[in-house]
Write a protein that binds this ligand. Sequence first.
Ligand code: PMP
Length: 304
Amino acid sequence: MADRDGFIWQDGKLVPWREATTHVLTHSLHYGLAVFEGVRAYNTVSGTAIFRLAEHTQRLINSGKIYMMDIPYSKDELMEAQKEVVRANKLESCYLRPIAFYGSEKMGISTLGARVHVAIAAWPWGAYLGEEGLQKGIRVKTSSYTRHHVNSTMPRAKLSGTYPNSILANLEVTRQGYDEALLLDNQGFVAEGAGENLFIVKDGRIYEPEIASALTGITRDSIHVIARELGYEVGTKRLTRDDIYLADEAFFTGTAAEVTPIRELDDRQIGAGQRGPVTEKIQSRFFDVVNGRAPEYAHWLAHV
Ligand code: PMP
């Protein structure tokens, strides 16, 4: 990823991609406290636009607040910087990665005395779980690793230190040939995917797990609005893994994963074992929305 052309926004200015580096004694590298976002820009019918830029930027600031990290830029500055990165790299559609981290000013657990640095990169990134996955659905396995307890790493923050747990789960199941991992909370109820929120469809209704130990996904929020617009009720339940085995349909949501159907969990076929009709409707409306083909949702698109 480091050896490419283009520009990365670093601490207030655009720098050539290969020069956007940081020291090996970077505090966040040692202690795992960096907050970040995953954002997508789409090549919409009216030009390139970043999807739900304000909400992603607010979540970045909120993640910082939870960990007492004051990001030294305003929300407006961070939003403008993200647009600038897309423009500078002449990207029509892309994934954006803003990150705020502590630098190499000091060592030791306390962050006092360390400076908060911010970088924003953007690059083209296709379907995270594969084009085929978007159409046919993916095979998921429940990981043996438990999602962080709500009182350890706090789930409202998109924190780098949360992700080794996701990495363990993802590696565990992908090495066995599955596409993605599902994680349960410390009481055994469904939490979320390694990098996605989960929904199921049962008897025409849509349910999601209680959001206690999962990230409050922005795609998830978009799906609530879209599903209700399409006439579905969306309920929250404590879901068990067998609720998913017996669901009519299931799907993952995320900025990277978008809306990816799940056709199997733990070797049990879900519903007809393919993208279900409700998932397809929601997915298709979602792609209309992000690509600017649904004027009612124009307020979710920030043109660059
Ligand atoms: N859960 C986790 C653990 C994630 O990493 C992500 C991706 N950011 C999500 C859920 C989905 O969140 P969003 O829709 O905001 O991308």
